[in-house]
Write a protein that binds this ligand. Structure first.
Ligand SMILES: Cc1cc2nc3c(=O)[nH]c(=O)nc-3n(C[C@H](O)[C@H](O)[C@H](O)COP(=O)(O)OP(=O)(O)OC[C@H]3O[C@@H](n4cnc5c(N)ncnc54)[C@H](O)[C@@H]3O)c2cc1C
Length: 417
């Protein structure tokens, strides 16, 4: 695999071994491609940005993908099924419920702590001989040269390493180094909101219900997790977020109680609180010569609808599917970085991405406005959602991760036909 002391030669090099990059590496390993995964932060480090204590709502499609990647059996016991979603608007008329049973499903989705997913993904990565892991290895630059990308990274001892790949993949998050190295711009909209993330314990069991409550201060999500706890994702304006973070545990619980009410009885305990500034970032292009962009490097969303990782995972397995089909078509002369495959990936992803970005961004804007007409619209929106099965089904479909052309792995079919 090595071509010289300092040079690693592979088919595909992925920058970023977070949730999306690690999943993509596992999917590509099924194609027996030589894959290098370059991750800046050592696995298990307290500051690993992708695998922290956030809880992520996984769609059924994402669950099926994790099954196919051998990750689901490792996280299943720590995954909490969502059997119902309860959406309400504080102090307003109307709320809506989405029921798994009504949809003929066992669960609308599953909630898993990012740290648990990270451990499972990396456990699987370490068992794949086709994947060479370089971590910690911080990608610094990339140069296109004679039908390959040369990616330079710095190892923890300060030495440099060059990875030569037919195809480079940017899975290195919102501030992607590879995206910038390819000269691709991005547009960013700062929501001037911050998500406060924590875990709480309530007097009554959550009973597998996920709550989304829209409040004048910002949306509040309570997700059912293990040991009867709830993952809190509470959005505020930055100044309020600071103030709420500084509250004592008792004061914080009282504030949460006042906002959420007593559906779950009293909130009794709260864990550590973390803040995440929120913006919408979109890459101007999703492919370039011998480069594909996936996950947060392609689009970073507001967590209001819990779609970011589900969308990023679909990026990853769609790209893997395009490469699987490309190889079947091209045979022995297969070149993973051929522009034909990249264009297919780009065209496939466009609709899913723009639907989810529009849906998520629209929801943020609708529920962030305290203006009169919008209040009315919100009320009407809630009512419409409850009365119109089609609208409700649209939302459920998003929760299921089943809108648009669905990648094979998300349908439970094999990656290679
Ligand atoms: C509060 C909050 C709640 C969320 N809840 C949900 C949810 O319920 N459902 C959902 O679907 N999504 C959710 N999301 C979105 C989800 O977390 C992201 O979509 C997901 O983390 C994207 O993963 P990623 O691997 O693309 O990027 P990241 O998680 O940003 O990972 C990027 C990786 O690249 C590495 N890296 C960066 N630079 C370099 C470099 N130069 N060289 C090498 N490696 C590098 C980083 O160390 C990191 O490991 C939420 C987000 C937030 C903020």
């Amino acid at each position: 695999m090595s071509g010289g002391d300092n040079r690693l030669v592979v088919d595909v090099a992925i920058a970023g071994g977070g949730l999306v990059g690690a999943s993509l590496a596992l999917a590509l390993a099924q194609l027996s491609l030589r894959v290098a995964l370059l991750e800046a932060v050592p696995f298990g480090a307290a500051d690993q940005p992708s695998f922290d204590d956030r809880s992520t709502a996984l769609s059924n499609g994402s669950r099926r993908i994790f099954e196919a990647l051998g990750v689901w059996p490792l996280i299943e016991r720590e995954a909490t099924a969502i059997r119902r979603i309860h959406v309400s608007d504080q102090g307003r008329f109307g709320f809506t419920r989405i029921d798994a049973k009504e949809q003929g499903l066992n669960a609308l989705g599953y909630v898993v702590i990012n740290r648990v997913m990270g451990a499972a993904l990396w456990h699987r990565l370490n068992a794949e001989p086709a994947i060479t892991i370089l971590a910690p290895a911080k990608v610094q630059s990339m140069q296109l040269q004679q039908q390959v990308q040369n990616i330079e990274c710095e190892l923890s001892d300060g030495t440099k390493r060059v990875v030569e790949a037919k195809l480079a993949i940017a899975a290195d998050g919102a501030r992607s180094t590879l995206r910038q190295a390819a000269g691709i711009g991005s547009s960013s909209w700062d929501y001037e909101q911050v998500a406060l993330v924590s875990n709480v314990l309530s007097q009554h069991f959550h009973n597998h219900v996920a709550y989304e409550r829209f409040t004048p201060a910002g949306p509040l999500a309570l997700l059912p997790i293990t040991e009867g706890r709830l993952g809190v994702v509470w959005t505020f304006r930055p100044e309020t977020a600071k103030e709420v973070t500084a509250l004592s545990d008792a004061e914080f619980l009282a504030r949460l109680q006042e906002t959420f009410g007593f559906r779950l009885g009293r909130f009794t305990r709260v864990g550590a609180r973390q803040l995440y500034p929120l913006s919408l970032t979109r890459s101007d292009e999703y492919v370039a010569e011998r480069l594909a962009i996936v996950g947060n490097a392609a689009q970073t969303l507001h967590p209001i609808a819990g779609q970011g990782f589900n969308l990023g995972l679909r990026d990853a397995v769609s790209l893997a599917e395009v490469l699987a089909d490309g190889r079947a078509q091209a045979g022995a002369g297969f070149d993973a970085g051929d522009g034909m495959w990249l264009q297919r990936y780009r065209e496939w992803r466009a609709a899913d991405r723009s639907n989810i970005v529009r849906f998520t961004d629209g929801l943020v804007r609708l529920f962030s406005q305290p203006l009169g007409p919008i209040k009315l619209l919100r009320d009407a929106g809630m009512l419409a959602l409850d009365l119109l099965p089609a609208a409700k089904d649209g939302l459920s479909q998003l929760s299921l991760g089943a809108a648009g052309r669905v990648p094979r792995l998300a349908r439970g079919a094999p990656l290679q036909q």
